[in-house]
Design a protein around this ligand. Structure first.
Ligand code: UDP
Length: 255
């Protein structure tokens, strides 16, 4: 890939390029998918185009209810302009229904409703395999302050409540989701904003009626029809790019 702009960060599913103005970045969504701490790798054709749209849509809806986000605007099929932030090195997972690692750890039946939403923190480290950590670890090791954690928890519960309702409205259950936050400096003030992406790569979304999985679990568990799952989510949100599959590959502006 020949890039015209400086790469700031190359992740598994996204690349960040230098933005047009200071304090901005361009977030490019790839079709690459990984699971199980990088042990499983693959390509989900059209995923980047769909995740760009889905994340744009959800960040805009959250912005409308007053949740601060890094999102500025979508630039094209695979790219969006975002504010440059300092990422808090914590993956915040919020769960409504037992699935994945929680179901395994506590031998819960996948699909059982949790007594209340449960928030967990994982330290972002590929080397350590993103270990589950407590608030004590986070504050003692200085990954975030008590005040920041308090704000992160409040924002996370608010985001989760709002998204649960939004998805129920289109026949989907939000089983769990992973959020990331960043620090944004404006003059001398620092504030936390929602960063990264919200897409079927980092949420579990099941059909409300049949419990069919429409998210990245289709890839993780080799359930087939992976692209179709992502497309179905976009379709229900009313944001499926027109013109069908060919369009999903999109103009690859970096090439
Ligand atoms: N998740 C994520 N990135 C990770 C790990 C988990 O986005 O590195 C998301 C995952 O898609 C799911 C939620 O966080 O929506 C909870 O994941 P879980 O702990 O059950 O782990 P998994 O079963 O995905 O390994």
């Amino acid at each position: 890939m020949v890039s015209r702009r400086r790469t700031v960060y190359e992740g598994k599913a996204k690349t960040l390029f230098e933005g047009p103005e200071p304090g901005t970045l361009v977030q490019y969504f790839k079709d690459d998918a990984t699971a199980f701490n990088n042990q499983k790798k693959g390509v989900i054709t059209g995923k980047g185009v769909l995740n760009n749209r889905i994340s744009e849509y959800l960040m805009l809806r959250l912005g409308e209810i007053g949740v601060p986000t890094h999102f500025v605007r979508r630039l094209n099929m695979r790219e969006q302009l975002i504010r440059e932030v300092e990422i808090v090195p914590i993956e915040v997972v919020v769960r409504n229904i037992a699935a994945g690692s929680l179901a395994q750890r506590f031998k819960l039946e996948e699909g059982s409703l949790l007594p209340r939403s449960i928030v967990e923190y994982y330290y972002k480290s590929d080397e350590l395999g993103d270990p589950l950590v407590s608030e004590e670890h986070i504050t003692a090791f200085g990954w975030a302050t008590y005040q920041e954690l308090d704000e992160i928890l409040n924002l996370t519960l608010r985001i989760n409540d709002f998204l649960c309702g939004l998805f129920i409205g289109v026949g989907l259950k939000l089983v769990d989701l992973k959020l990331e936050y960043g620090r944004l400096w404006e003059e001398d003030e620092m504030r936390l904003v929602l960063a990264d992406e919200i897409s079927p790569d980092n949420c579990r979304l099941w059909d409300s009626r049949t419990n069919e999985r429409l998210d990245k679990d289709r890839f993780r568990r080799d359930l087939g029809k992976v692209e179709e799952g992502y497309q179905e989510i976009a379709r229900r949100l009313g944001i499926l790019p027109e013109a069908g599959r060919g369009d999903l590959r999109g103009p690859d502006t970096m090439q």
